[in-house]
Design a protein around this ligand. Structure first.
Ligand SMILES: NC(=O)c1ccc[n+]([C@@H]2O[C@H](COP(=O)([O-])OP(=O)(O)OC[C@H]3O[C@@H](n4cnc5c(N)ncnc54)[C@H](OP(=O)(O)O)[C@@H]3O)[C@@H](O)[C@H]2O)c1
Length: 339
C-alpha cells in the first residue's frame, strides 16, 4: 500500500512543495503510525521551506528533501514493537516541527499528545502549536492576572488570535497591533486596535495608559517593537518575545537587550519564549497546558479562527495563501473525508 506526503526538494516559494508517494510500512520499535486527520500550516513552515529559519542556517539545520509541517492530529493506526497495543485507535497530536504534511506519520510513542476524539480536527490542530505558544507566553512566561493591561504585537495571525481569545478569557485589557483591514477580529475579542502602519503605537498607548502596561506579547522579535514595548511597561511589567528573529544579527542584538533589561534595576523583565523546551526540557508543563486548552475548546471557551481549510495534498496552495499576508488566524490541511 502507498501513501502521499508533500515534500520540499529545494529551498524556495510554495511552488517547491511537491506531492511524493511512499510505501506504507509497519512502524519501527518504539514508534507508532498515525493516520493524519489534520495538519497545521504555520509561519515556521514558511521560513524552513525558504531556508530562512535560523536553525536551517546552522549545521543542525533540516537536510533536503524534507516534509514540512509543525503540528498534526490523527488516529494511531499501527504500533511498533514495545509500544502498548491500547494506543491503537487513539486520537493524538504531535508537535513534529517538520514532517506533518503527510497522510501517515511515523512518530515516537513517548511524544504523543492526548486529544479528545469528539473535537473537530480542524479546530483542534491549532492548539498543538499556535495555542500552546499563546497560552505559555501568557500564563507561564508573563504570568498575567485578571484586569492587567497588555499589548499584543502581531495580533491578527495564528498565535495573535489565540492570544486575543486567551486574553479575553483571562480578563485582560488588551491593545493589539494589526494592519487596518484586520481590525474587526481584534475588536471582536475586546482589544483596542492600532494600525501599526499609520499610528505610533507607543504614543497611542502612552496617552491612554500613563501608568504603563503590565504585559507585552511580541510576535515580531524586532528591536523597534521590543524597545517600544519595554518603554511602555510599568515597574513590574513583563515583555515576552516569541517571534522568530529575522537573522543572527537581530538575535544577538535581542539577546544583548535581554541581558541589559534584566540586569537594570528598573523592575521590568524581558523573556524569550520557544517551544524548543518541549524537546529538551520537562514535557509535563506542555502536557498540562495542552490538556487545559483541549478542555477550553470542548467547553466552547476558545474557538480557533480557521481562515481556510485545504486538503493535505494542496499544501502548496495553502502555503501560497499563508504567504499572501491576507490570512486572519489559522490555515489548516485536512485528510480526505474530514470536513
Ligand atoms: N517561539 C515559538 O516557539 C514559535 C512557534 C511558532 C511560531 N513562532 C513565530 O511566531 C511569530 C508569529 O507566528 P504566527 O503563527 O502568529 O504568524 P502569522 O500567522 O503569520 O501572523 C503574524 C502576524 O504578524 C502581522 N505582521 C506582519 N508584519 C508586521 C509588522 N511589521 N508589525 C506588526 N505586525 C505584523 C501579520 O498581519 P498584519 O500585518 O496584516 O496585521 C500577521 O497577522 C513568527 O515569527 C513565527 O515564526 C514562534
Amino acid at each position: 500500500m502507498k501513501y502521499k506526503s508533500v515534500q520540499v526538494c529545494r529551498y524556495g516559494g510554495p511552488e517547491v512543495l511537491q506531492v511524493v508517494e511512499n510505501d506504507l510500512s509497519p512502524p519501527a520499535a518504539g514508534e507508532i503510525r498515525l493516520k493524519v486527520l489534520a495538519a497545521a500550516v504555520s509561519r515556521p513552515d514558511v521560513t524552513v521551506r525558504r531556508g530562512e529559519a535560523l536553525y536551517s542556517r546552522t549545521p543542525l539545520g533540516q537536510k533536503l528533501p524534507f516534509v514540512p509541517g509543525y503540528a498534526v492530529i490523527g488516529d494511531v493506526d499501527a504500533v511498533g514493537e514495545g509500544v502498548r497495543e491500547s494506543l491503537l485507535g487513539e486520537r493524538v497530536g504531535a508537535l513534529t516541527v517538520v514532517g506533518g504534511y503527510t497522510e501517515f506519520l511515523y512518530w515516537k510513542s513517548d511524544r504523543l499528545i492526548p486529544v479528545p476524539a469528539e473535537l473537530d480536527p480542524a479546530e483542534a490542530v491549532p492548539l498543538i502549536l499556535n495555542y500552546i505558544v499563546a497560552y505559555q507566553v501568557m500564563h507561564r512566561s508573563a504570568r498575567v492576572k485578571t484586569g492587567e493591561k497588555s499589548l499584543i504585537i502581531g495580533a491578527s495571525g495564528g498565535i495573535g488570535t489565540a492570544l486575543l481569545q486567551l486574553g479575553q478569557l483571562a480578563g485582560l485589557k488588551m491593545y493589539a497591533l494589526a494592519s487596518k483591514g484586520k481590525h474587526d477580529i481584534l475588536t471582536k475579542y475586546g482589544a483596542t486596535p492600532i494600525d501599526y502602519r499609520a499610528q505610533d503605537f507607543v504614543e497611542f498607548i502612552r496617552q491612554r495608559e500613563p501608568e504603563g502596561l503590565d504585559a507585552v506579547f511580541d510576535g515580531m522579535t524586532h528591536l523597534d517593537y521590543i524597545r517600544g514595548g519595554l518603554s511602555l511597561l510599568r515597574r513590574g511589567g513583563r515583555l515576552v518575545s516569541y517571534g522568530e528573529p529575522a537573522g543572527f544579527s537581530t538575535l544577538f542584538r535581542v539577546l544583548a537587550t535581554l541581558l541589559t533589561v534584566n540586569l537594570l534595576p528598573n523592575g521590568k523583565s524581558f523573556k524569550l519564549y520557544g517551544t524548543s523546551f518541549y524537546f529538551v526540557g520537562d514535557k509535563r508543563p506542555f502536557l498540562e497546558d495542552w490538556a487545559t486548552l483541549f478542555k477550553l475548546l470542548r467547553e466552547g471557551k476558545i474557538k480557533p479562527v480557521v481562515a481556510k481549510k485545504f486538503s493535505i495534498l494542496e499544501a502548496a496552495q495553502a502555503n501560497e495563501l499563508m504567504e499572501s499576508g491576507q490570512v486572519i488566524g489559522n490555515v489548516v490541511l485536512l485528510a480526505p473525508g474530514v470536513s
